[in-house]
Structure formats: C-alpha cells, structure tokens
Write a protein that binds this ligand. Structure first.
Ligand code: DC
Length: 213
C-alpha cells in the first residue's frame, strides 16, 4: 500500500506569499511542492485559448482532461488567466475533477508542501502542519504589481488592487470549498515580514511537528 507523506498545507489569499514560502520550505526539507493554483490557471488558460465564450460544461471537460505538461504553460500568470481562474475555481465539478490529482501528489515521498485555498479544509484535512498566510490587500497588490512589471507588463497599481479584492471576494464567498482558515491552522501575517522571516516561522512550525511537540 502507498504511504502518505508528511504534508504541509499552506492556504491564503493571492499575494500572501504562499508560493514563495511553500517552495522555499519544500526546498529546505528536500520535499515536493505543488502550487495547486496552477491547476485552476491551466484550466482557465486552455479555455482562453479556444477564443470564444465559455460555459461550465466546457470548463469541467477541460479540468477532467488536464495533463501535467499544461501546468508549464508560460502564460499562466497573466491578469486575464488570474481572473478566469477564480471563476472556474468556483465550479464544484471542476474542483472535483482536480481533487484526485492533488491527493495523489502526497503519496510515496518523504514530504510534500501544497499551497492553495482549500488544502487544509478539503484536499488534505489531516495534514501534519497547516499554515494560513495572509497580508494586507495593499501589500499583496504591491507584490503582484511588482511581478507584473518584472514581466514587462504596464499596469496601474490601483487596478491590480481592485482585481485582487474582487478575486478575494470570489474565493471567500463561493459555495464550493471557499478560502477559509481552519481552526487548527497557524496564521502567519507576512505584511511586515521579509521572506526570510516568514520562512523561519514556517520552518520552526514544521520542525516542532517533526519532533512531535
Ligand atoms: O493561488 P493562485 O492565485 O495561483 O490561484 C488561482 C485561482 O485558483 C484563485 O482565484 C483561487 C483558485 N484556487 C482555488 O480555488 N483552490 C486552490 N486550491 C488553489 C487556487
């Protein structure tokens, strides 16, 4: 029988630092890392590539047939994909189609770090460590804006903030697996912390759990 690995679930809103901290945490311990937002982004990107209006059935079909190579598409972080990803992520059947993939990821390895919105609440509810990362909307928008500028995009910071607030709203209020901090998750507010400071807190939490305290 396949053995489930030690799992660190990281949830939080866009721009809270989940991806950066999750990746660094996995690297620190020599574990695997999965950015589950890429699954929803890949579904959105594929729909956009069809260049027409889309419907829920189409999104479900795309999610059911998604292949791993599609997670490497270079356009997964465009504002257009971000917007549609949060819409397709609200469709229950899309989420169900992507669930096995995420759950299979945590088997037969020493450790796995997954970041998303529903990792602790739905994907791996018995994860060994649950972290909930957060930061002020202004700080998160600033980080996203910096990323977009680095990609050569011209976009107003205020526009990024407005889009981010809209996406937060959709992710938090949707009926299907909304973004939520589970009671047993440890909150890390990254607003005024450097990446190294946030990472140190996360490493400390994992080490404590590994030592059994
Ligand atoms: O983390 P991200 O910004 O790359 O996620 C893209 C979208 O996918 C975002 O609107 C929330 C959604 N998402 C989700 O609903 N559940 C997850 N586990 C991961 C992402």
């Amino acid at each position: 029988m396949l053995r489930r690995s030690f799992v660190v679930a990281i949830d939080g809103p866009a721009g809270s630092g989940k991806g950066t901290i999750g990746k660094a945490l996995a690297k620190h311990f020599g574990w695997k890392f999965l950015d589950t937002g890429l699954l929803y982004r890949a579904v959105a990107q594929k729909i956009i590539s069809f260049q027409g209006s889309w419907c829920e059935d189409e999104a479900i079909r795309v999610a059911m047939n998604l292949s791993e190579s599609e997670l490497d598409h270079p356009d997964l972080r465009t504002p257009e994909v971000s917007k549609l990803a949060s819409k397709v992520a609200a469709i229950q059947e899309v989420r169900e189609a992507l669930l096995d993939w995420q759950r299979d990821f945590v088997f037969d390895c020493d450790g796995a770090v997954l970041d998303g919105r529903d990792i602790a609440s739905v994907v791996v509810p018995d994860a060994e460590v649950k972290l909930f990362l957060t930061a002020s909307p202004e700080k998160r928008a600033e980080r996203r804006h910096r990323e977009l500028v680095a990609q050569g995009k011209t976009v107003e910071l205020n526009h990024v903030l407005d889009e981010l607030i809209l996406r937060d709203q959709r992710d938090i209020t949707r009926l299907s697996s909304p973004l939520v901090k589970t009671k047993d998750a440890i909150k890390i507010d990254t607003t005024t912390k450097s990446i190294q400071e946030s990472l140190a807190v996360a490493i400390n939490m994992v080490e404590k759990r590994l030592k059994g305290s």
